[in-house]
Design a protein around this ligand. Structure first.
Ligand code: HPA
Ligand code: ZN
Length: 363
């Protein structure tokens, strides 16, 4: 029997032998990100319609026989240059035209959860804008049940526990919002809470006192966008007049030291969205973002993606840019991950589970 070349055999055997770690191996805390996996977080500020990626917009348009006003993906992508909140909202509402059926809402939700799982999201509280669909002739059942049908299986399929938040458009009337809330309650919609979004300036919290009182009365959790483009007084009024449990954005609190002191004292959660703030020109650049100052002040801040398909990234992209551009420390990232879990509307049991997972994650 002929033998193989002995030189090659010797080389293979050497490669298989266990090699002791070199003394200069990095300490565990310095092991690259891929080894730990992504930071486990709760995403608390996410508009499901803002996860509609350009590719899915074209796919849904084709499926529904809708003619888009863009020749191709590149032309659509060229529109993603915003000067302020309203310039974004115009495109955000226009692109919703492709969402017609329950399946469309389900597909959008599934695509978000698949991407969010890769980003480290372990719990998500997802806002849906029912009024933006009702005004286009899409029934409440279609949008709510389309999203909810996927959220019902999110834990098994994606490892992400989820809650649904019905957000109301503040540029419409309070009566219009109340009418939709009553319908949601009457149909026993699986919503955990309500939110308040859309054009902020000129639409103060005081406009929605009855809506939030009704929601509280119905046992719903409450959050509202405030202090994104609007003044610090909108944050104060959201707390005092709407009795919200979280503030979405809230970055303009930094203009009012007394308000900062109150928010720190009351541990009020602020769901900050750094890449969104840059894209909507609430701040000039990420380097100018108040997040480091908010952390230094002791505010209860978390990192969220808001409308990730429009603002250049999901929650992992937000963390990555905060680290690379403003040098945010791993310690601060872990602190904000813990804040996100503690500030969620999840059960105490789920929060404990996620905090234990965070502690064991190696971050
Ligand atoms: N602000 C207000 N309304 C919104 C946003 C936002 O960032 N995204 C979707 N609706
Ligand atoms: Zn938002």
């Amino acid at each position: 029997m002929e033998t193989n070349d002995g030189v090659a055999a010797t080389g293979d055997a050497a490669a298989d032998s266990p090699v002791p770690p070199a003394p200069e191996s990095p300490a565990f805390a310095e092991v690259p990100e891929e080894v730990h996996g992504p930071l486990p977080v709760a995403e608390l500020h996410l508009h499901i319609e803002g996860t509609l990626e350009p590719g899915l917009i074209f796919d849904l348009a084709e499926r529904n026989g809708i003619q888009l006003p863009y020749a191709d993906l590149d032309e659509l992508r060229s529109r993603y240059e915003f000067t302020d909140l309203q310039s974004f909202l115009d495109l955000y509402y226009a692109n919703m035209a492709v969402l017609r059926t329950k399946q469309d809402f389900a597909d959008m939700t599934r695509a978000y959860l698949a991407r969010a799982a890769l980003a480290g999201v372990r719990h998500a509280e997802i806002m849906l804008d029912p009024q933006a669909h009702l005004s286009r002739g899409v029934a409440l059942e279609t949008c709510v049940n389309g999203v909810a049908s996927v959220l019902a299986v999110s834990e098994e399929e994606f490892g992400i526990s989820t809650l649904l938040i019905a957000a109301f458009l503040r540029d419409l009337t309070e009566d219009a919002a109340l009418e939709v809330l009553e319908k949601l309650l009457a149909m026993n919609a699986p919503i955990a809470g309500i939110g308040l979004d859309s054009a902020e300036v000129g639409n103060p919290p005081a406009k929605f006192e009855r809506l939030f009182a009704r929601a509280k009365d119905a046992g719903l959790r409450r959050t509202a966008h405030a202090g994104e483009e609007g003044p610090p007084s909108y944050i104060i009024d959201a707390l005092d007049l709407l009795d919200v449990e979280r503030i979405d954005h809230g970055i303009r609190c930094m203009e009012d030291p007394d308000l900062v002191e109150r928010l720190v004292q009351e541990l009020t959660p602020l769901t900050v969205c750094p890449l969104s703030n840059v894209r909507l020109r609430a701040v000039d650049t990420l380097a100018d973002h108040p997040l480091p100052a908010m952390l230094a002040a002791g505010l209860n801040v978390s990192v969220n993606s808001d409308d990730p398909a429009y603002f250049g990234g999901y929650v992992d992209d937000n963390f990555a840019q905060l680290k690379s551009v403003i040098g945010l420390s791993e310690f601060d990232c872990v602190r904000m991950a813990a804040n996100s879990i503690r500030s969620s509307f999840a059960s105490e049991e789920r929060k404990s589970e996620l905090l234990a997972e965070l502690a064991a994650s190696g971050h």
